[in-house]
Design a binder for this molecule. Structure first.
Ligand code: ZN
Ligand code: FE
Length: 744
C-alpha cells in the first residue's frame, strides 16, 4: 500500500514499468486511501521493487508511506492495472495540470515525431483538469477526443513499458493539436514561423495574446516600460503588479532574491507564480513601486520554445481579460476581445474546458502559503478527518471559491473571483454545474456566508427555496478559523485569531479583527478590534484616507489639526467636511472592527496609499516599505476591546522623527504584540494553547512571521493555512467543515 499524492500523477503506469523491470506479476489499483499494489515474488525482489518505487517515483507524486506485507494471493500471469470500480476512487484520478517534464523537453529535441512539438506530454506531465469533461479520466472524456491518435502514438499509448502508456493527452506532430497565429495582416500555422514572428513582435514592443493551459494570457517584454504601460491601460488594470515569466531560474535570480525553499517551489511541477523579494527592477510599471515580483518559470512546451528565440529574459504574462473579469478561455470570445487589446493573437485548436488562472504562492516562515489556488492545485482534494459528503459550500463573495464534499474529501473549485462582476458570477454558476457533472455530485446540504447580500448567499437561497435543500449560514471569521483547523485535522477548542478585511458579523457590524474561542461547531467572540466608522461605507475601502480620518477623529475628535497631516492636504476641503459630517451625524458610516481597515488607515497616514486602485493595495504598500530590523512597537490597550488610540497618536508623533520604514515595522510589531497579548488572555481563562491564525491580513509575510515567532516563543502551538488561502479563497473549506459538524 502506497499513500500520499500518488493518484492521477502517472503512478500506476510507473508501477507497471517497475514491476516489469523486476519481472513481477500482479496488479495495481487506485483505492480511496492510496494506491494498492499486489505482486507475487520472493521477498528480496519485492524489497528491491519497493526501493525502486521510492527512488524513481514520478516527479508530480509525493509518497508519504510505503508499506509491504505478505499475503496469500491469486495466481497472476501478467501485471495489470485494475480499473477503478467506485466513483470515489475515480475522483482522485483527476490530477491538476502538470508542467512539461524534463523527459518531454528532451523529446522535443530528439524524438523525430516530436521535434519542437508544443503539445508534447507523457504520464508525468501535461494538461489534466483543464481538459477534462467527466469521469472516468479517459481520452474520450477530455477535449483531446477530437484528435485521433496516429499509429505511433497509439502504440506508445498501449505499451506498458512506454512513458506514454495511458497518457490520455498523448499527441505528436502528425496527430495532435496545433498552434495558429494571427495579426492584422496575416495568419500563420507553421510553428517555426509562428515562433519567429512572436519573438519579433515582443522585441518590437508589441503585445501578444497567447492561449495558455487554463485560459488566455497577455504577454509583452517585462523590460520595456512603454509596452507594459500600454498593456496596463488597455487591460484597465490600475496599478496592480503584473506577473512575470522568467526564461529560467538563473534569469529569475538576477531580478529576485530566491532562497532554497523558494527555488524548490518556483521549480515545482505546479509552477505557480511565486511572490519574491525584488533584487533588480524590471520595467518600473511591472510592480509599480511594490518591492516584490510575482515570478514564474515556463511550464508549457510553447513557453520553452518561445524563450529559445526571445532576447528578453522576462515577459509579463498576465491573464487575458479586463480587470475583475474571469480569465477568458473561449477561442471566439478571446479573438474578439483580445485582438483589440493585443497586437497579435496566438491560439491553438484544443478546447480549454475548465479555466484556471495561474496560482499564486508566497513562502512565509519557510512554508507554502497560497494566495490564489488554481492551476496546478485544482482539483486535488483536501483530506479531512470527518465526512463532508453531499455538502456544497458556496464560499464568500470576493476571491470566491466553492467546495463540494465527497466522503472525507473536500474538493475545492479553482479561484473564481469577485462575484459582483456579472461575468464572474456566471463563471461561478457554470463551474458549480461542471463540478456537479464531473464529480457526479448532488447537494444534500448547502453552506454559505452569514452576509445577507453576498451573491453566493443569494445563490444558496435558491437551492433552499427551489430545491428544498437545508441551508446553514456560517459566520465569516468562524469559517476562516475552521478552514485552517480542517487543514490540520483539528477538531477541538482553539484560540482563533482572524484578521481580515471585511466579513459580516452576527451583530450586523463589519467584523475583521476577531479573537475567538472556537471549535468546528461554534465560536464565541472573546475580544475584537475597536469599532470605527467607515465613512461612506464601501467607499472607505477604496479610499484609505477616509479610514485615516475616521481613526483620528474617533480618538482625537476636533482637537487634532487635520491640516498638519500631508495626506489630508491632497483631499478637497469639501470632501473632508463631508466625511466629518458623516462621522458626527453617524450617517452612512457602518461600524467595522476590520484589521484591514486599520492597515489602510496607517498606510494612508504615512502617505503611502491615500487611494487604493486594487484590492489590499494600502496594506501591501505598507508592508513593502519595511527594510529594517526593529523589535520596537507602539502602545495599545487590550483590557476591554483592543483600542488603538495610543498607537495612532504615537505613529503621528513618529512621522517627523522616524523613517517610514521604521514606523511601518513598529506598527506591524504592534499587531503581533496584540495577537500575543490577547492569546495570553484567552489561555489564562481557558488554558487553550493552540492558536489559529487565519484571514486575509495573514498574507502579510512580515506580520505572520513576527506573530509566529512571538507566539511560539511564549509556548503556543500555532497553525496557519497552507493548503487553501487564508484569504476569502479558503472560506468554503471552513464552511463545509462547520456545516458537517452542525448537521450531525
Ligand atoms: Zn512528460
Ligand atoms: Fe475574509
Amino acid at each position: 500500500m502506497i499513500k500520499g499524492l500518488v493518484q492521477g500523477v502517472g503512478f500506476r503506469p510507473f508501477i507497471c514499468r517497475m514491476a516489469s523491470k523486476h519481472g513481477l506479476f500482479g496488479e495495481v489499483d487506485n483505492r480511496s486511501d492510496g494506491v494498492s499494489v499486489i505482486v507475487q515474488g520472493d521477498l528480496k525482489t519485492v524489497d528491491l521493487f519497493g526501493d525502486d518505487i521510492l527512488q524513481y517515483a514520478p516527479p508530480a507524486s509525493q509518497i508519504k508511506s510505503l508499506e509491504i506485507r505478505s499475503a496469500q494471493i491469486d495466481n497472476y500471469n501478467n501485471f495489470r492495472i485494475t480499473s477503478s470500480k467506485t466513483i470515489e476512487n475515480q475522483i482522485t484520478e483527476i490530477s491538476p495540470d502538470i508542467a512539461v517534464c524534463a523527459d518531454c523537453l528532451e523529446d522535443m529535441e530528439s524524438d523525430p515525431e516530436r521535434i519542437d512539438y508544443p503539445f508534447v506530454n507523457c504520464t508525468n506531465c501535461g494538461p489534466r483538469f483543464t481538459i477534462i469533461e467527466g469521469l472516468p479520466y479517459d481520452r474520450p472524456k477530455t477535449t483531446m477526443k477530437s484528435f485521433r491518435k496516429c499509429g505511433n502514438c497509439d502504440n506508445e499509448y498501449n505499451n506498458i513499458l512506454d512513458r506514454r502508456f495511458h497518457a490520455q493527452p498523448i499527441a505528436c506532430n502528425s496527430c495532435g493539436p496545433v498552434y495558429r497565429y494571427k495579426d492584422a495582416l496575416r495568419s500563420l500555422n507553421n510553428i517555426t514561423l509562428i515562433l519567429r514572428e512572436v519573438s519579433l513582435q515582443i522585441a518590437a514592443g508589441k503585445t501578444v495574446a497567447i492561449k495558455g493551459l487554463g485560459g488566455y494570457h497577455l504577454m509583452c517584454d517585462a523590460l520595456n516600460d512603454d509596452v507594459v504601460n500600454t498593456m496596463r491601460q488597455k487591460k484597465q488594470r490600475d496599478s496592480k503588479p503584473f506577473a512575470v515569466m522568467f526564461r529560467d531560474i538563473t534569469a529569475a535570480k538576477k531580478y529576485c532574491f530566491i532562497d532554497e525553499t523558494e527555488e524548490e517551489e518556483i521549480k515545482s511541477w505546479r509552477r505557480p507564480i511565486l511572490i519574491l523579494k525584488q533584487k533588480k527592477i524590471l520595467s518600473p510599471s511591472v510592480s509599480n513601486g511594490i518591492h516584490t515580483i510575482g515570478a514564474m518559470l515556463p511550464y508549457m512546451p510553447v513557453h520553452y520554445l518561445l524563450f529559445k528565440s526571445l532576447k528578453t529574459p522576462a515577459v509579463v504574462l498576465t491573464s487575458g481579460n479586463l480587470s475583475d473579469e474571469p480569465i477568458i478561455c473561449d477561442d471566439h470570445m478571446a479573438e474578439k476581445q483580445l485582438l483589440s487589446v493585443a497586437d497579435s493573437f496566438l491560439s491553438y485548436n484544443r478546447q480549454i474546458l475548465n479555466r484556471a488562472d495561474d496560482s499564486v504562492i508566497r513562502i512565509i516562515n519557510r512554508e507554502t502559503t497560497i494566495f490564489r489556488r488554481s492551476r496546478g492545485f485544482v482539483p486535488q482534494p483536501v483530506d479531512l478527518k470527518f465526512s463532508v459528503d453531499g455538502i456544497l459550500a458556496l464560499g464568500a463573495e470576493q476571491k470566491n471559491s466553492f467546495c463540494i464534499g465527497k466522503g472525507y474529501q473536500a474538493v475545492m473549485s479553482q479561484y473564481i473571483g469577485d462575484l459582483k462582476n456579472p461575468a464572474t458570477y456566471n463563471f461561478f454558476i457554470e463551474t458549480i454545474d461542471r463540478f456537479s457533472d464531473i464529480f457526479r455530485f448532488r447537494p444534500e446540504l448547502i453552506a454559505c456566508d452569514l452576509h445577507p447580500q453576498y451573491l453566493s448567499t443569494h445563490y444558496a437561497e435558491l437551492f433552499e427555496n427551489e430545491l428544498n435543500i437545508p441551508l446553514i449560514r456560517v459566520q465569516h471569521h468562524h469559517a476562516h478559523i475552521a478552514s485552517c483547523m480542517a487543514e490540520h485535522g483539528l477538531d477541538e477548542s482553539v484560540i482563533g485569531v482572524s484578521l481580515d478585511g471585511t466579513g459580516f458579523g452576527s451583530d450586523g457590524n463589519i467584523w475583521g479583527g476577531e479573537f475567538m474561542i472556537a471549535d468546528l461547531k461554534e465560536s464565541t467572540r472573546f475580544k475584537h478590534f475597536d469599532y470605527v466608522p467607515m465613512p461612506g461605507g464601501e467607499k472607505a475601502v477604496d479610499e484609505p484616507w477616509r479610514m485615516a480620518y475616521s481613526y483620528i477623529f474617533k480618538y482625537s475628535g476636533d482637537i487634532f489639526d487635520y491640516e498638519s497631516l500631508s495626506v489630508f492636504n491632497s483631499i478637497e476641503t469639501k470632501k473632508l467636511s463631508m466625511i466629518k459630517e458623516m462621522l458626527v451625524k453617524k450617517i452612512n458610516a457602518p461600524l467595522t472592527s476590520g484589521a484591514g481597515r486599520l492597515f489602510d488607515a496607517v498606510s494612508a497616514i504615512l502617505g503611502l496609499c491615500p487611494e487604493a486602485t486594487f484590492d489590499s493595495e494600502a496594506p501591501m504598500r505598507l508592508e513593502s516599505v519595511i527594510d529594517c530590523e526593529t523589535t520596537d512597537f507602539y502602545p495599545f490597550q487590550a483590557d476591554t476591546n483592543i483600542v488603538f488610540a495610543e498607537t495612532i497618536k504615537a505613529i503621528i508623533d513618529d512621522l517627523h522623527k522616524q523613517k517610514i520604514s521604521v514606523i511601518s515595522a513598529k506598527f506591524h510589531n504592534t499587531i503581533a504584540r496584540v495577537i500575543l497579548e490577547v492569546s495570553q488572555q484567552i489561555r489564562k481563562v481557558t488554558s487553550l494553547k493552540k492558536v489559529i491564525l487565519s484571514g486575509g491580513v495573514f498574507q502579510n509575510k512580515y506580520l505572520l512571521e513576527k506573530s509566529l515567532y512571538l507566539l511560539k516563543l511564549n509556548g503556543f502551538k500555532v497553525f496557519t493555512n497552507h493548503l487553501v488561502p487564508s484569504n476569502d479563497g479558503g472560506i468554503s473549506l471552513g464552511q463545509i467543515s462547520i456545516a458537517s459538524k452542525i448537521k450531525r
